[in-house]
Design a protein around this ligand. Structure first.
Ligand SMILES: C=C1C[C@]23C[C@H]1CC[C@H]2[C@]1(C)CCC[C@@](C)(C(=O)O)[C@H]1[C@@H]3C(=O)O
Ligand SMILES: O=C(O)CCC(=O)C(=O)O
Ligand SMILES: [Fe+2]
Length: 373
């Protein structure tokens, strides 16, 4: 029995995570402290040797297909270079991230994320979770590729202007361009994943042509007790593909072979990992990988995560080639809308989200259209 609702019991009156104030204090509220068996150890985690995959030869390169397939069978993480994304755009997106998160709290709260929604500003999810609060602030934006033709930025600029005012249009245009570039790169990576799984380059690319994705800006203030807190707790991304640009501070860790290993920042490289929804699309062939973000007592850290997601009501079902007597269906059909709603309203995404979701579907009858095996 999965204790799902418990994760969202009404927590005590919301604590406010004002990083400008909290970051300097010797003591921190106990809601931010993590149990010893989940908090990071002081010894630096050894580096996880993930391949720096060179995309200059394009997504058709056989070596790229081999390296991505190998990484996805091992731990689901790899880094790409020569990905074609303008370094100036990456730098501008980070500059605007800094500009936003160093605003006074009241200004940021004008874009406050509402209960059950995935967009907006959140300061450590106080009011959403009762304990093990992440030491971070986030701003999440929605990017709809289908509307990109109309709004050219997937609706990102309009959202920021609506929430924060006309003076944020430039921010929105930069993040909109960033998202459309990430969407383009995601489709190239989907071609590589399709080729590596033997279902052809077009299959997953077509599935994600119209995507309804989430752009998340993570801001991790310095923390004076970095070995008792976590910037982002252990989890697998419930989404399909994550393309993350981290600054040069470091803090992303992956659990591989039962050990936490760090993914060292490489200037200009993008960190890529598959998520739960792609694990279901691959019928479990490729694993969504457990990872977390640790904080430090010296400097703030930022990471920009683009989460590729299918259109809300498209049924997530693996291609027939990946289902046979030896590889029966690993997960039931579902829609991304149902899984997103599950993580927003009923379950804090962790390392068992898809299992918890699968039994939740059965118990709550959220049946997707019948299988057409
Ligand atoms: C669909 C999503 C939920 C989260 C943001 C995206 C993909 C990653 C998820 C998350 C980061 C996993 C760890 C817990 C979480 C609550 C967080 O720390 O932010 C998750 C995000 C969320 O539910 O807002
Ligand atoms: O900040 C990082 O390096 C990782 C963040 C993350 O895993 C997430 O936002 O899902
Ligand atoms: Fe993640």
């Amino acid at each position: 029995m999965v204790e799902v609702e418990a994760a969202h019991q009404q927590p005590p009156p919301a604590l406010v995570f004002d990083a400008a104030r909290l970051s300097g204090q010797a003591d921190i509220p106990q809601q931010f402290l993590w149990p010893a068996d989940e908090s990071p150890t002081p010894d630096a985690a050894e580096e996880l040797p993930v391949p720096l995959i060179d995309l200059s030869g394009g997504a058709a390169d056989a070596e790229v297909v081999r390296q991505v397939g190998e990484a996805c069978q091992l731990h689901g993480f790899f880094q790409v270079v020569n990905h074609g994304i303008d370094p100036a755009l990456l730098a501008e997106a980070h500059r605007f991230t800094d500009a936003f998160f160093t605003l006074p709290l009241a200004e940021k709260q004008r874009a406050q994320r509402r209960q059950g929604e995935s967009c907006g500003y959140a300061s450590s999810f106080t009011g959403r979770f009762a304990s093990k609060l992440p030491w971070k602030e986030t701003l999440s934006l929605r990017y709809c590729s289908a509307s990109a033709s109309a709004a050219a930025d997937g609706g990102v600029a309009a959202y920021l202007v609506e929430k924060l005012g006309e003076e944020y249009r430039r921010h929105g245009e930069v993040y909109g361009r960033y998202c459309s570039e990430m969407s383009r790169l995601s489709l190239e990576i989907m071609e590589v994943l399709g080729a590596s799984l033997g279902v052809g380059r077009a299959h997953f690319r077509r599935f994600f042509e119209g995507n309804d994705s989430i752009m998340r800006l993570n801001y991790y203030p310095p923390c004076q007790r970095p070995y008792e807190t976590l910037g982002t707790g252990p989890h697998c991304d419930p989404t399909s593909l994550t393309i993350l640009h981290q600054d040069d501070v470091g803090g992303l860790q992956v659990c591989a072979a039962g050990r936490w290993r760090s993914i060292r920042p490489h200037a200009g490289a993008l960190v890529v990992n598959i998520g739960d929804t792609f694990m279901a699309l691959s019928n479990g062939r490729y694993r969504s990988c457990l990872h977390r973000a640790v904080v430090n007592s010296r400097v703030a850290r930022r990471s920009l995560a683009f989460f590729l997601c299918p259109e809300m009501d498209k049924v997530v079902r693996p291609p027939g080639e990946l289902v046979d007597a030896r590889n029966p269906r690993a997960y039931p059909d579902f829609t991304w809308r149902a899984l997103l709603d599950f993580t927003m309203r009923h379950y804090r995404a962790d390392m068992r989200t898809l299992e918890a979701f699968s039994s939740w579907i059965v118990r709550h009858g959220h049946h997707a259209p019948p299988l057409n095996l």
